[in-house]
Design a protein around this ligand. Structure first.
Ligand code: AMP
Length: 255
């Protein structure tokens, strides 16, 4: 079967590279029969964003020549913090299990809360040097094994969680955290009204945290890598290696 990578980016005030403000982005990896559907969905996604109206929209479709790898879906763990303070405490405790210090975690919260510039990709932070090694890095070329996706949707529906955001973020987190060298990820949505976020790692799984950011705030992602010297191989994995997310979905409620 042939696979196609689809990427979308939308901005207001011109293209991103000419100073436009990021509105929306998305990516998928699909067979030829799904392309038309995804083009329509990406167009809708860009055109109905809380961040406003785009005047620049780019959708790129590329045939994949490399072998597509299968990556395991991360287990989903549902936490229920009642406040932003509780959510951040919990995130700090979870990320601490991956060896990330409280200071490093607070710096990441600061980055997401007060981004130094408009951003449309992740900050890659090295834990050995404590430096932001790259910014605006987007993970691309990932999509779903269709059986896994159907099972996941059923599971989420049963849990009252039918939510495209969750499945899109879960696919991204599964690819990102399967990368050798990546220790963990932190995410808040761009959508000002959507305050749920997550922390994820291959050890922790995908830990969903409601009330992670105050209402009205923007979003962002941080990918922590172990060593600064791993950056080129990490970027190669994130941007170039085509992956389908497969395996049996797992959903756990954590008290
Ligand atoms: P979203 O979850 O789409 O609201 O995105 C929240 C933030 O995560 C965006 O502002 C970007 O900074 C970042 N982001 C979104 N998609 C990606 C991606 N594919 N790779 C890396 N970072 C991303």
């Amino acid at each position: 079967m042939n696979w196609y990578s689809i990427r979308m980016r939308a901005a207001a005030g011109g293209p991103h590279e000419k100073g436009g403000r990021h509105i929306s982005g998305a990516e998928d990896l699909v067979p030829e029969t799904e392309i038309e559907d995804r083009l329509f969905y990406f167009w809708q996604k860009a055109s109905n964003h809380e961040k406003g109206k785009w005047d620049f929209l780019q959708i790129t479709v590329e045939k994949i020549d490399e072998r597509v790898q299968e990556v395991s879906l991360l287990p989903v763990k549902l936490f229920y913090p009642a406040t932003t303070v509780d959510a951040r405490k919990l995130a700090t405790e979870l990320l601490g299990r991956n060896g990330i210090t409280q200071r490093q975690i607070n710096s990441a919260f600061q980055l997401l809360e007060n981004p130094p510039q408009d951003i449309r990709g992740a900050w890659v932070v090295a834990l050995d040097s404590n430096r932001v090694v790259r910014e605006n890095v987007r993970a691309t070329k990932f999509g779903w094994n269709q059986t896994t996706y159907q099972q996941l949707r059923e599971m989420l529906t049963c849990a009252g969680l039918i939510n495209t955001r969750l499945s899109e973020a879960l696919a991204l987190a599964s690819k990102v955290n399967a990368c050798p060298g990546i220790v963990a990820e932190l995410c808040w949505s761009d959508n000002p009204e959507y305050t749920t976020g997550y922390v994820a790692s291959s050890r922790l799984g995908y830990c969903r945290l409601p009330n992670f950011k105050p209402i009205g705030k923007g979003g962002g992602r941080v990918f922590w890598i172990e060593k600064e010297e791993q950056i080129e191989s990490v970027l190669h994995w994130l941007r170039e290696v085509p992956c389908l997310i497969g395996g049996v979905p797992i959903l756990q409620k954590e008290e």
